[in-house]
Design a protein around this ligand. Sequence first.
Ligand SMILES: [Ca+2]
Length: 313
Amino acid sequence: MNKHLFLLLCLLSCSAMSLPQVILDTDIGDDIDDTWALMHLLGAGKVDLKLIVTACDDTEAKVKLVARMLEIVGRTDIPIGKGVKTSNKEINQLSWIEKYSLDAYKGKIHEDGVQTMIEMIRNAKEPIILCVIGPMMNIAKAVEIAPDIAQKARVVSMAGSVYIGYGGKEGRDCEYNVCRDAESARKVFSAPWEITIIPLDTCGTIILKGDKYRKIAESQSPFAKVVIDNYNIWTNRKHYPKDESSVLYDTLAGYCTWSEDVVEIKTLNLSIDKDGKTYPDENGRPVRCALTWKDREQFENSLIEALINPVKP
Ligand SMILES: [Ca+2]
């Protein structure tokens, strides 16, 4: 074989094999969309998930929640890190782990999730994508302790509201992940890494209904079952129709770690005001913002497919 052709084939096969390396920072156990996002990330098979760190409130209970999920879908190879605990507030999926014990858990659990995140980024051979789908206290602490990580990681986060608020309404809202801890969000914004946000402008209207929801609800795949079982015992389930999901904000941030083909990205200079609103400001920092949809259908199909026909790792 021609030497150049051989090299080209090697390069092509290598690039096909190396998936984006992702650390997921999640406040799972609060809103239910993190559970969907985690199962989507795992089921789609498009990223190499290196670590899951729990964020906000009772991060210890959240570790247990993640552990049980990983056990069910056969992914205890992914380490879990406990993030900064900010309260003992009961998680909203507590009944799913009440009888579950970590005693027989086979995977690795790191007590200091922030330190583990720092070491993993420092030791990584290629840049890491930090997928942040909760309030940003862990990431703020990490970059404060180890500013050098900003050179080796980029952030993809469900965060903010630029022109559109909750439920698709015109006008900026105080988006939970930023407003819950605006000081941490400001620290993350002031580090020199690339930041991509998935604001309410796009992710605030992701709801699966009708056939799309039914496909998942009736699926026997463990990924779909984890999602639906947790959704059904979630303390806020009663506020949503029987045959619909709640708003699945975080799932789009997960998707954007491997592809941005379903959204239009625009770079804006953004600042965070005293309340935690993200607003365009000429003195702000450049942020890549997923402001509008290009192909919502393709995105929803990816989510459904990942849950009902998950890819084997
Ligand atoms: Ca979340």
